[in-house]
Design a protein around this ligand. Structure first.
Ligand code: FES
Length: 162
């Protein structure tokens, strides 16, 4: 079970809402991902018990779909498009710049929990390639200088609120 009552309440509610049936697994996981920003281990155990699905099977589903994450994301979640149009126009350089600026690899979150970096296929903005997003805000025609400038702004913006 979860380590806090709030989590338990949400899990009880979402399973009741959708129905404790195997066919509702994806909808329940969608709700959990949206609520927590990731799929906590406790949620997998709870859902496994209620829907009578082995936890290993649920792990398999969670790791198969890129929209699910087993780790909490940062306050600012960065996606660097690695689709074909962006790749051709230098998406790899953009990704390397984000990694070096933040000191993290794809799939990781900075130690302070502020930034996370996700792998991403086409974001549907190929005309603006190369593209990256921060919490769904799109930055097109990206350059390494733009990455540096934008990340600096986010770091400063965050410091101003502390
Ligand atoms: S390939 Fe990057 S937005 Fe389409």
């Amino acid at each position: 079970m979860c380590d806090c009552n709030k989590k338990d309440d949400f899990l009880i509610q979402i399973v009741e809402e959708h129905g404790a049936d195997k066919s509702n697994l994806i909808q329940i996981l969608n709700g959990v991902q949206e609520h927590y920003g990731y799929i906590p281990k406790e949620a997998i155990i709870y859902i496994s018990d209620k829907l009578n699905i082995p936890a290993s099977e649920i792990y398999g589903v969670v790791t198969f779909y890129s929209r699910f994450s087993l780790k909490p994301k940062g306050k600012y979640n960065i996606c660097v498009c690695q689709g074909t149009a962006c790749y051709v126009k230098g998406g790899e350089r953009i990704l390397e710049k984000v990694k070096s600026e933040l000191g993290i690899e794809v799939g990781e979150t900075t130690a302070d929990g502020k930034f996370s970096l996700e792998p991403t296929r086409c974001l549907g903005a190929c005309g603006l390639a190369p593209v990256f997003t921060i919490n769904n805000k799109v930055y097109g025609n990206a350059t390494v200088d733009l990455v540096q400038k934008v990340l600096k702004e986010y770091k400063e913006k965050d410091n101003n609120f502390i």
